[in-house]
Design a protein around this ligand. Structure first.
Ligand SMILES: [Fe+2]
Length: 393
């Protein structure tokens, strides 16, 4: 007997509904892949970006957790080396992270299983679910692993479109890792060159030798004490290294003059922030140091230079470097005066809170361990002494 017409129509409607749902899901997945690709194209803060990628995967696929784990070897960029990113919930997170490391370390080339099942692999056993697993590769080496599991559906089985989606994301992360590796390599080269340049400028005058390195280290300490995160504090350290690079454009007779400078000479010295800014403006990888280079001689009360900026209009990076710079200048000997005693330096910084310095940055400065600064100063003095002995031999 023929089925009634209405049943046929109902069947067709269900099919249509199924297709439209699948189409919608495909659209969401494609759009999410596009969003993930864009996320990974930004300037790298690798941990933050991988975290966003994992949470994006979790938004579009019904997994209870998504994780990326990276090996602790030299193929992996330092910011990701030995790190784990986990979004979602798993029981006993720390043993799970150890299991992730073991799974990642045991992965060899093409020998890996795409879907791990409970009873056969510890990740699946620990979570009591099927786990999909994709290697992240760089230069033909496995550098990490992207895994997802605890699928929140009735049977919990992983379907083919989900595997394809995770394949694509692991590919993206591999490409991102490659770009990040090149980025950090180039940045290290640029910083190395600039470090050598600033050390040469500092060394022109025996009284400023090692100044930029000390200002950089102090600036990072202040930034961390202020509550700035490690990645940004590291950028501030770099800005500290290059803050006086513009002195290369100041005549040596002025830079190394023993005794006080006259007005004309002081006007020449005051040009160094703008000269430094012009030099570094073209260096893409050091763009983040420009605010510190240009504004580290501004004063909180607006009486500084070159732009007489007031208060929080002065970039925070520059407010931090300004204190580190002044502290180091007062703490080291100059041709026209000996180093000031520590108590006097600290009292002077405190006295200038609100006039020369941002009071909130002064508070952060007061929390740092100056023992690190003293140790750096001693190391620099010992290195300089031994190089003088070698030169004299
Ligand atoms: Fe300066």
């Amino acid at each position: 007997m023929r089925p009634p017409k209405e049943t046929k129509i109902e069947g067709a409607e269900q099919l249509l509904e199924h297709f439209s749902q699948r189409l919608m899901q495909s659209y969401e997945e494609t759009y999410s892949l596009f969003r993930i690709l864009r996320l990974l194209a930004c300037a790298p803060d690798p941990m933050q970006q991988i975290r966003l990628v994992c949470s994006n995967v979790q938004q579009v696929l019904p997994f209870g957790w998504v994780a990326a784990v990276f090996r602790a070897d030299a193929h992996v960029v330092p910011a990701l080396r030995g790190r784990v990113v986990l979004t979602g919930e798993v029981a006993n997170e720390s043993s799970f992270e150890q299991a992730l490391h073991r799974a990642c370390d045991s992965l060899r080339g093409n020998e890996w299983t795409k879907v791990l099942v409970a009873g056969q692999h510890e990740l699946a056993t620990m979570t009591g679910s099927e786990v999909v697993c994709d290697p992240i590769t760089f230069d033909d080496n496995v550098v990490g692993l992207l895994v997802a599991g605890s699928k929140q559906t009735e049977n919990g089985e992983i379907a083919s479109p989900e595997m394809q989606f995770l394949d694509a994301v692991a590919e993206f992360i591999g490409t991102f890792h490659e770009n990040a590796a090149r980025f950090f390599e180039q940045r290290a080269m640029s910083i190395g060159t600039i470090e050598a340049l600033t050390a040469a400028i500092d060394a022109k005058d025996p009284y400023t030798r090692g100044h930029s390195e000390r200002v950089a280290a102090l600036s990072k300490q202040i930034a961390l004490a202020y509550g700035i995160d490690e990645a940004e504090a590291e950028r501030i350290r770099t800005a500290g290294i290059v803050h006086d690079v513009g002195k290369i454009g100041v005549p040596e007779r002025v830079l190394c003059k023993p005794g006080k400078l006259d007005d004309e000479e002081f006007a020449l010295i005051k040009m160094h922030p703008e000269i430094g800014h012009r030099i570094l403006k073209g260096v893409l990888l050091l763009e983040h140091t420009l605010p510190g280079v240009l504004h580290h001689h501004e004063r909180f009360d607006g009486r500084g230079y070159p732009h007489r900026l007031v208060g929080e209009r002065i970039p925070l990076q520059a407010r931090i470097i300004g204190i580190a710079d002044t502290f180091d200048a007062m703490s080291s000997s100059r041709s026209y005066r000996p180093a000031m005693p520590r108590e006097k330096v600290l009292a002077e910084i405190e006295r200038c809170a609100g006039s020369q310095f941002d009071p909130s940055v002064v508070e952060a400065f007061k929390r740092i361990d100056l023992g690190e600064y003293d140790r750096l100063m001693s190391r620099q003095a010992a290195a300089s002494e031994s190089s003088q002995v070698r030169a004299a031999a």
